[in-house]
Design a protein around this ligand. Structure first.
Ligand SMILES: O=S(=O)([O-])[S-]
Length: 163
C-alpha cells in the first residue's frame, strides 16, 4: 500500500512540476521560435549545432556536449556569422529554461538563420531528465549553474551552483 502511495505522490509531483513549467514558459515566452523537447534533442543530438545562450560563468560550470557558447548579454552577430556560414544549419539554442534562448533565437532569425529551435525547459530540464552535462574539461559533471534562487527551484536533479 505504502509503495502505491509513494508512486502516486511521485506521479503527482512530476505532473505538477511539468504543469508549472508549462505555465512558466507559456507566460514568459512568445513561441516565436519553435520548441524542441529534451527527449527529441537527446534522440537526434548529432543532427544539431547547439548554441548556449547563457553567460560565460554558467557555461563554464557545465553545458551540453559540444555546445558552442554564444552568450546572452554580449551576443555578437558578427562572431556568429563568422562561425556559422550556412544559414540552413539546424540549430538548437538553449539557456537555463528557454527564455533567454528564445530572444537569441529571434536575433539569429533576423540574421537569416532559418532552422532554429529552442530547447524546452533548457539545460535544467535536460539535467532533470537525467541527461549528461559537461564541465570545462569536457567531463561529465553533476553541477549546473542555477542562475539565481528564483530560477534555481526549477532545477531538481543537479548540484546547484550559484556563483
Ligand atoms: O532565461 S532563462 O530561461 O535562462 S531563466
Amino acid at each position: 500500500m505504502r509503495f502505491f502511495i509513494n508512486i502516486l505522490f511521485f506521479i503527482t509531483f512530476i505532473s505538477y512540476s511539468q504543469d508549472s513549467l508549462n505555465n512558466l514558459l507559456e507566460r514568459s515566452t512568445k513561441h516565436s521560435i519553435p520548441f524542441i523537447s529534451v527527449e527529441q534533442l537527446k534522440a537526434h543530438q548529432q543532427n544539431f549545432l547547439l548554441l548556449d545562450a547563457r553567460e560565460w560563468e554558467e557555461f563554464h560550470i557545465s553545458h551540453l556536449q559540444n555546445a558552442l557558447w554564444v552568450g546572452y548579454k554580449n551576443f555578437s552577430a558578427e562572431e556568429i556569422q563568422q562561425q556559422i556560414k550556412n544559414k540552413e544549419t539546424p540549430i538548437v539554442v538553449y539557456c537555463s529554461l528557454g527564455i533567454r534562448s528564445e530572444k537569441i533565437g529571434e536575433q539569429l532569425k533576423k540574421l537569416g538563420y532559418n532552422n532554429i529551435q529552442n530547447l524546452y525547459g533548457g539545460i535544467f530540464e535536460w539535467k532533470n531528465k537525467g541527461y549528461p552535462v559537461f564541465n570545462n574539461q569536457e567531463q561529465i559533471t553533476e553541477k549546473v549553474h542555477a542562475f539565481n534562487k528564483r530560477w534555481g527551484k526549477w532545477l531538481h536533479n543537479a548540484e546547484k551552483v550559484y556563483e
